[in-house]
Design a protein around this ligand. Structure first.
Ligand code: ADP
Length: 495
């Protein structure tokens, strides 16, 4: 068994970690720094630069120079080879990357390690795409010998802004398609979780990525993030985070009409029909919301259960929740880690209080864990509320914590309407053994992803994204490349 504790001590010792601009490792112009703390223990891991508009400006200049210079001379096959080399580096460094994430944002080590197939798969998938996309020769209505063809060109400098809940997968999902298409990137990680993203930049530099192709500016949202979203030298913004911040970014992007894709919040329904295989559905429905302590945009936080099986099903989800091992993610047996910050803990506590005050019944959890090992970290017990009605705050707002609202339903018509009665449309889960019901519900739920008798499946080759206020644009699949490409029409008069 790996001794994660001693590896952790060797990885971060509280020292300064510079950011990455134009191939160099730098402090912020202002000299300001931010602390990176372990949410499981409160321990200081490192300090990082608190970059602002001046540093963003340097990074955008470096990204533009690389885009027009050395990177433009890379052929698709060379970009593919580079992505494959990066994938090899990820394989070799996988445990260290995962350990860094567990320390910096709390995700249990068993869960970070389990993301290997997906993350390395992404790098290989986009390596494949680098040589697969192309324009077309199109017949036109002009008389004579006039040829028309399309050419796919990279959009240019991409500004990427990501949250703290999945730094490895989140950053690779922004960087890999940019490298496949020939774009350059200025990446602003979350102020809550910068360390692994800096490690990824180092690893890509070591694999031979030219200077300026990937720049990582650490800093806060209002300072560095807002400057990136508004920068006139950025051609496209890709963002994952809250709906409110997504709206601010879309507004900031109008200055130079940069393209925007947004992957935002959710209040995803999980629908358990009366013919569901209950033994199989209980653990999946429970982990649909509790995985990563509920800090996932696709958390299945509204649990609609057919009235005939509601009491039994919800009781079993509560029993499952009670049995989950909550603890420091560095323990290989931890299933649920800490919440990212004290600020998020207070937000979640506000929802727990609202649930009680508005009349929901608490089946398990409902409080912050403070005893023993929990004392210095940010922990919330997995929580199940029953007797929830659609109008309650906990059934309407994204909590981003380990809290599920159980709601009974009577008919499929009714549950479709209630499941869709939310401003969000990111994901949905359906549990049924009836093929017709599965099809009917999957078609009628307004969401970017629908899972039947499963949850959480996200794959490099399959598009992922939202509708309504969960955002627009798709990541994954062939559609993803289009987000990073412009189409140019070329006309040739051959007479
Ligand atoms: P959360 O706090 O749940 O991570 P946010 O949407 O606030 O959700 O944060 C996601 C990312 O957006 C982070 O990297 C954050 O720094 C950044 N961010 C926050 N506010 C802004 C803003 N006004 N403009 C650009 N980026 C921002």
């Amino acid at each position: 068994m790996t001794d994660w504790q001693s590896r952790a001590a060797a990885l971060y010792d509280g020292g300064f970690r510079p950011m990455h601009i134009g191939g160099r490792w730098l402090s912020a112009h202002s000299g300001a720094v931010m602390e990176a703390r372990n949410p499981a223990t409160g321990a200081l891991l490192a300090t990082v630069p608190r970059g602002d508009a001046a540093d963003i400006d340097d990074a955008v200049t470096a990204a533009r120079r690389a885009f027009e210079g050395p990177w433009a001379r890379f052929t698709p096959f060379e970009r593919q080879a580079l992505l494959l080399r990066i994938a090899e580096r990820f394989e070799a460094e996988w445990e260290t990357l995962c350990l860094s994430d567990t320390l910096d944002m709390g995700m249990p080590i068993a869960r970070t390690l389990a993301n290997r197939r997906r993350v390395i798969g992404m790098l290989r998938f986009y390596a494949g795409q680098a040589v697969a996309f192309h324009g077309a020769t199109i017949p036109n209505s002009f008389p004579g010998e006039i040829l028309s063809q399309t050419v796919k060109e990279p959009v240019g400098v991409v500004g990427a802004i990501i949250p703290w809940n999945a730094p490895i997968a989140g950053s690779v999902w922004k960087i890999a398609p940019a490298l496949a298409t020939g774009c350059t990137v200025v990446l602003k990680p979350s102020e809550e979780a910068s360390l692994t993203v800096l490690m990824i930049a180092r690893l890509m530099q070591d694999a031979g990525l030219p200077d300026g192709v990937l720049n990582v500016v650490t800093g806060t949202g209002p300072e560095a993030g807002a400057a990136l979203a508004a920068h006139p030298g950025v051609d496209k913004i890709v963002f994952t985070g809250s709906t409110a911040t997504g709206q601010a970014i879309a507004r900031a992007a109008t200055g130079n009409l940069k393209r925007v894709s947004l992957e935002l919040g959710g209040k995803s329904p999980v629908i358990v029909c009366r013919d569901a295989d209950i033994d199989k559905a209980v653990p999946v429905a429970a982990m649909a919301v509790f995985a990563n302590s509920g800090q996932i945009c696709i958390a299945g936080s509204r649990l609609f259960v057919a009235r005939e099986i509601h009491a039994e099903f919800v009781r079993r989800v509560a029993d499952f929740a009670k049995a989950l091992h909550v603890g420091n993610g560095i323990s290989e047996t931890a299933e649920i880690g800490p919440i990212i910050s004290a600020r998020q803990v207070s937000r979640i506590e506000g929802y727990l209080a609202a649930g009680r005050a508005e009349g929901a019944s608490l089946l398990t959890g409902g409080e912050r864990l403070t005893g023993g090992d929990f004392a210095r970290g940010n922990y919330i017990a997995p929580t199940v509320f029953g007797d929830v009605t659609d109008a309650m705050t906990i059934a309407r707002e994204e909590i981003f914590g380990p809290v599920v609202s159980a709601l009974p339903f009577d008919t499929l018509e009714e549950v479709v309407e209630r499941a869709n009665a939310t401003p969000y449309g990111l994901a949905a889960g359906i549990f049924t053994t009836h093929l017709g019901t599965a099809h009917k519900l999957a078609r009628r739920i307004r969401a970017g992803s629908v899972w039947v008798n499963m949850y959480h499946a996200i794959d490099p080759a399959v598009p992922f994204g939202g509708v309504k206020m969960s955002g627009y644009g798709r990541e994954g699949g062939i559609e993803h490349l289009e987000e990073y490409l412009d189409t140019k029409a070329v006309w040739i008069n051959t007479d």
